[in-house]
Design a binder for this molecule. Sequence first.
Ligand code: FMN
Length: 234
Amino acid sequence: QAQKTALIVYAHQSPASFNAAARDVALQELKLQGYEVVVSDLYAMNFKASATRDDIIGDVRNSEHFRYGDETLHAGMEGRLSEDIVTEQRKVTEAELIIFQFPLYWFSFPAIMKGWIDRVLSQGFAFSLEKMYDNGIFKDKKAMLSFTTGATPTMFQPDGINGDINVTLWPLQNGILHFCGFQVLAPQIFWSPAHCPPAGRAAMLEGWRTRLKGLLAENPLTFAPCELFDLSFQ
Ligand code: FMN
């Protein structure tokens, strides 16, 4: 398609939240750069988080022992995934950049966003046994996490009470995004906006705006290349 497209997958309940403000900054800045920006507002959509049999239209292959991964792989090939999944997959296909905007919940995504990941990034669509990591299906796309915390940066230092933030982010950035091939841009972390005075919150948003102006020119994070691993078990 002619126009560049970005997708913001957004999970916050309140339009008055800092997360909403961060989403709006990205929306404005990317539009200024000529992007068509699509937002999936997961709570507003009442997006279904649970991976269940209802995600397959028609018969399943094995109703005695339902295997979600196997069933969705085949349903995807046969065009029998539920419409909400297909709609989101289409947005992913069209986007060259995906931003996940969310508050950190239990060192991870809010459940509704994890549900989006479980259901939308299905086998065959987002990865296969042949296509993963550096050879992943989305290797020509970029993705990044943009999130708020309750904790301070000190707490997420390697010697802090929460441990190194990079350990927390490893499953999300490597196990999900890089696994599907995405070039992962450095995370945008908004530390503890709730405990920040208004001027500090405004400064964080301006920092995000400034970063967005050069975002697409940034080098992605580096992960261990596939050549380092023995993949002969396949
Ligand atoms: N903050 C952390 O720093 N680490 C956590 O693991 C964490 N888990 C949370 C789990 C739940 C269920 C909730 C409700 C909050 C949690 N928080 C945690 C705090 C939120 O990240 C914080 O309130 C939010 O980022 C503030 O953004 P907002 O003002 O846009 O809501």
